[in-house]
Design a protein around this ligand. Structure first.
Ligand code: ADP
Ligand code: MG
Length: 258
């Protein structure tokens, strides 16, 4: 599948009288790893939640491959999101966590029922396909040895790998990550930075990666968009943004001379 491009235009969001996003414009190119960098409270999570459909915009549009997605129900948007807190199903094994999105998509209600599913040849074929897709994703994230464990039996890094696997297994058009490494320790964070970029390159899924960590933006992004108080105020390669901040508030946030 070819990678998707994303055009956000005039996006706004208010909670009561408080404007959190104001007339936000942003274009993400097909296959790009875009880092959304900004201080805590500037509206990063709100933006991702609106794109994924967990929250509703006050105004504006977002076109993915030319179609406005903001009017679509979340499950038709073909967008995957990974959170800081992983959000795995605690009672399910890693295999079941990874398979859940595929099962929802592929199997009919009856095929999901173990007894009836076992009786149907079609159900068996679907199950084999799910298993092989699952093993491929698990191998690419180096969690193939953990498929029978429950989330409580995993380390933080392993849990985050499972969460990422579950998000990408359906090969979404757009991959959103909201500070996915912030609850990991420094060594693991550094290791996962490289792994995530490599994985994104391999899959080629257009990605918006939210962070308040300059090192992550600097080392991971194709382009960085700096966000302040609900607006995108500078966009460019990491070099351009860090060496030539176009706005005093960007320079202050980055701690570099304007
Ligand atoms: P970031 O992810 O950049 O730290 P958020 O998008 O979480 O910022 O929040 C931006 C602002 O919107 C904050 O001031 C926050 O308090 C406010 N906000 C977020 N969600 C809500 C909500 N459901 N109701 C009221 N205010 C909210
Ligand atoms: Mg946030």
């Amino acid at each position: 599948m070819a990678a998707s491009n994303v055009k956000i235009k005039g996006l706004a969001k208010s909670f009561g009288d408080t404007a959190v996003l104001e007339d936000l414009d942003l274009e993400v190119r097909a296959g790009e790893f875009m880092c959304l960098l900004g201080p805590s409270g500037c509206g990063k999570s709100t933006l991702l939640r609106i794109l994924a459909g967990f929250d509703r915009q006050s105004a504006g549009s977002t076109c993915v491959d030319g179609r406005d997605i903001l009017g679509m129900p979340p499950k038709h948007r073909d967008i995957a999101m990974v959170f800081q807190s992983f959000a795995l199903y605690p009672h399910m094994t890693v295999r079941e966590n990874l398979a859940a999105p595929l099962i929802m998509r592929t199997l009919s209600f009856w095929q999901r029922q173990p007894l009836l599913g076992a009786l149907s040849a079609d159900g068996r074929r679907q199950r084999r396909r799910i298993e092989s897709e699952l093993v491929r994703v698990a191998a690419s994230l180096r969690i193939e040895g953990l498929l029978d464990r429950k989330p409580a039996q995993l380390s933080g890094g392993q849990r985050q790998r499972v969460a990422i696997g579950r998000a990408i297994i359906r090969q979404p058009r757009l991959f959103l990550m909201d500070e996915p490494l912030s609850s990991l320790d420094a060594a693991l964070r550094a290791e996962m930075r490289g792994e995530l970029v490599e994985l994104q390159r391999r899959l080629g899924i257009t990605t918006i990666y939210v962070t308040h960590d300059q090192t992550e933006a600097m080392t991971m992004a194709d382009r960085v968009v700096v966000m302040m108080a609900g607006r995108a105020i500078q966009i460019g390669t990491p070099m351009q943004v860090f060496h030539d901040p176009q706005h005093i508030s960007v320079a202050k946030f980055l701690g570099t001379p304007a």
